[in-house]
Design a binder for this molecule. Structure first.
Ligand SMILES: [Zn+2]
Length: 94
């Protein structure tokens, strides 16, 4: 019984419930070059924070939570753009 290639997956904290999860169970909110998006297990660089892929945590996101998580301010346009992506994700989430 040897696991030679133990895949190390970093743990990340959900900015809503503040619990730690395996990175690939979370959605990543990223803010880059003035554009905000949320993707499952996204790997692009730029500012990012994580949220559980559950409707409970997705719905728990507020503009302020995201701003704190990203450590940057969001414009209303940024937030409404993210909010519309979140609404689609809630439909697919558990
Ligand atoms: Zn959560």
């Amino acid at each position: 019984m040897s696991s030679k290639n133990k895949n190390h997956v970093p743990f990340r904290m959900c900015i809503v419930c503040r619990e730690k999860f395996n990175q690939n169970q979370l959605l990543r909110v990223s803010f880059r070059s003035g554009y905000i998006k949320i993707l499952p297990n996204s790997d692009d660089n730029g500012r990012g924070c994580y949220v559980c892929n559950t409707s409970k945590c997705i719905k728990g996101l507020t503009k302020q939570t995201v701003e704190n998580g990203l450590r940057t301010g969001l414009s209303d346009v940024d937030w409404s753009r993210l909010d519309s992506q979140l609404n689609k994700l809630v439909v697919k989430a558990k």
